[in-house]
Write a protein that binds this ligand. Sequence first.
Ligand SMILES: C[S@@+](CC[C@H](N)C(=O)[O-])C[C@H]1O[C@@H](n2cnc3c(N)ncnc32)[C@H](O)[C@@H]1O
Length: 263
Amino acid sequence: MRQRQSRPSVARVYSYVLGGRDHYGVDKDVGDYFKGDLPGSDQLAITNRHAVRRAVSSMAKQGIRQFIDIGCGLPDPDNSDVHQVAREQHADAHIVYVDNDPFVAGHGRALLAVDSGIAFVEADASKPEAIREHEDVKRLINFDEPVGILFAAVLSFLEDDEDPSGVVRYWTEQVPTDSLIYISHFRSGETREAIATERKIIDAFGRGRLRPIKEIEALFGDLEPLDTPTVRPCAEWRPDDTMEPHKLTDFETMVVAGIARKR
Ligand SMILES: C[S@@+](CC[C@H](N)C(=O)[O-])C[C@H]1O[C@@H](n2cnc3c(N)ncnc32)[C@H](O)[C@@H]1O
């Protein structure tokens, strides 16, 4: 029998929308609201997740063999987690998964950290020093070699006073030249869809901030953007040959991604 939970979690709702099985009734209710009352909003999760896979593949093809995935979420229902994608290029790739949700930590330790080259660290993205100093980070990440840092749909859950720009800057200062930083983020707007989505996120999770494009681009600080424009909708970000070009829906425009290099 499913355990009861009083509050939905971002990670479980997101996983439910992606087709995962690890959620409670309260998470399903929120997911069903998005699917039923805001038809098409599931694309926020789907296009975001697909772009993460392409980002990891692209980083690995550029020679990145060590990754820190901050706000990693539950294991990908399609078995395309960061270690699985990275290790298609580098069988010895090291990965540190980070999330502050204890439910994710339980699953992550069991299902993501499957060998000594992978670790799961339960920690808050807004406290990067604690992550940097964690013994598993020191063991698995060589900060003299380029690192791939992923902030996929996580900075949207940091409030302004938690200084998301400062968090990205902290990691940028820790890693050497040629490290790559990927950010995806929910974008604000004046449309009915954007307003209803932000309202529901805050109502369900008690936090969440959709930011305007300029603020999302500014998160990259003085990193060198690898694409022009710096961010674009995940549904169009570095498309692969499985993706049909099409006119994006409003929801598809609401999650954007970009990648940048440490100079
Ligand atoms: C929308 S999910 C994205 C999961 C995955 N990164 C992806 O893009 O497919 C957001 C994740 O960020 C995590 N998260 C939210 N706020 C966080 C914080 N302050 N520190 C660490 N993780 C956080 C949530 O628990 C959740 O697993």
